[in-house]
Design a protein around this ligand. Sequence first.
Ligand code: AHR
Length: 494
Amino acid sequence: MVIEKDFQIGTVDDRLYGSFIEHLGRAVYGGIYEPDHPTADHNGFRTDVLELVRALKVPIVRYPGGNFVSGYNWEDGVGPRDERKRRLELAWRTVETNLFGTNEFVDWAKAANADVMMAVNLGTRGVDAARNLVEYCNHPAGSAYSDLRIAHGYQKPHSIKTWCLGNEMDGPWQIGHKAAIEYGRMACEAAKAMKWVDSSIELVACGSSNRHMPTFPDWEATVLDHTYDHVQYISLHSYYGNRDGDTSNYLAQSMDMDEFIRSVIAVCDYVKAKKRSKKTMYLSFDEWNVWFHSNQADEQIEPWSIAPPQLEDVYTLEDALVVGCLLITLLKYAHRVKMACLAQLVNVIAPIMTVNGGDAWRQTIYYPYLHASVYGRGVVLNPLVSSPKYDTKDFTDVPMLETTVVWNEAERALTIFAVNRDESDALSLTCDLRNFEGYDVIEHLVLTHEDAKATNTATNPQHVVPQKSHNTTISGGIVTTSLPKLSWNVIRLV
Ligand code: AHR
């Protein structure tokens, strides 16, 4: 590998390390909010969970959905708790108590040191509910909805900057699913009205739910045709899994994310050209993760229960490596992908798990997310990489070494993130630091395990944790190391 200071991809927007809390399963109830929990604070927030979230330095959290938002009446979740109505929640077939809503989430996000990415319902509702919610959250005072917020105990506006215009509106499973032209028109009108209430907000239009949707990429072309002048971002969603037990193919799936990002950039730039626009559209990869372990268990869940254990994937080491490869892929497009949300944050396909009334712990995927968020801020460099390659069922020329480099000039810190996809052998790495003179290796963190299916659980939460490697040296500007088979590596130099 050769690393050059001047080969720069772009500056990482902190919001690349965002996450997501949906009213789904135990993400809210039993996850971030559990008033009876021994660690609960005066708001009912679990402080053990807050600690694990704060350590991740999550810059922004998307809320309240997801599929949930497409049937949500935001008014149900504000005001006196004893007056809030229970609703049938059609996306996940549960009962929503509404004991937690917009204001509670804003308080929670503040406690987590995160900003809010708020989604509006463009499924069962539309322009009116969307602009009213912006007024409720962001208008200072002197209007019906801003005064309602004040009456609810929030004198100061929430000043939420980032807003999603609905969720996965291309998906037939979505409540109020729409054709691209229907959604494009509605998103355009909602965007105009929301910005007329608060011109400082930024908007994300819905792109495709994944790159295998039959309407991809025409969906993006049509939606952007209608919304290009009114939004700043188009969304991408993608989940990966190892349903066939084919690890080498599974580990290569970040190449699907890579292709997805490249295609969406191409569509954005096509619409830019068509409109003779000077404006560049940015990407918000606002749902991404591994999701497949819990699919069967979810079919057994009793409908209309309250906060049942839905989408509770228990992640393995190999899942953590895929998450690492996906993070590296997002970094490689730092010039266009400005926001991304690991979906989700607590209990629901999440890096953090809890027992109701009991402990909170870190899943395997917590660690690559933690390392990227803490050490992956700065400028992404484009290293010259030469790696052995392999082919799988779905991918050709998959590099054994998946890697990227982030340089934080202000802190004079250089971090190499690397995954060794090889299932049987270590990979020896030499890395020429060229014009990074005087840098020393201060730490090499490795996440690996003899058993690729090893997990962390409530009873064994420390089974898969990062270790320090001591076989990394630097001499004459050349870093030499060995990356264990199936490992996530963070090599830190200052
Ligand atoms: O994150 C889980 C679900 O995945 C979200 O509700 C939806 O947007 C996506 O299909």
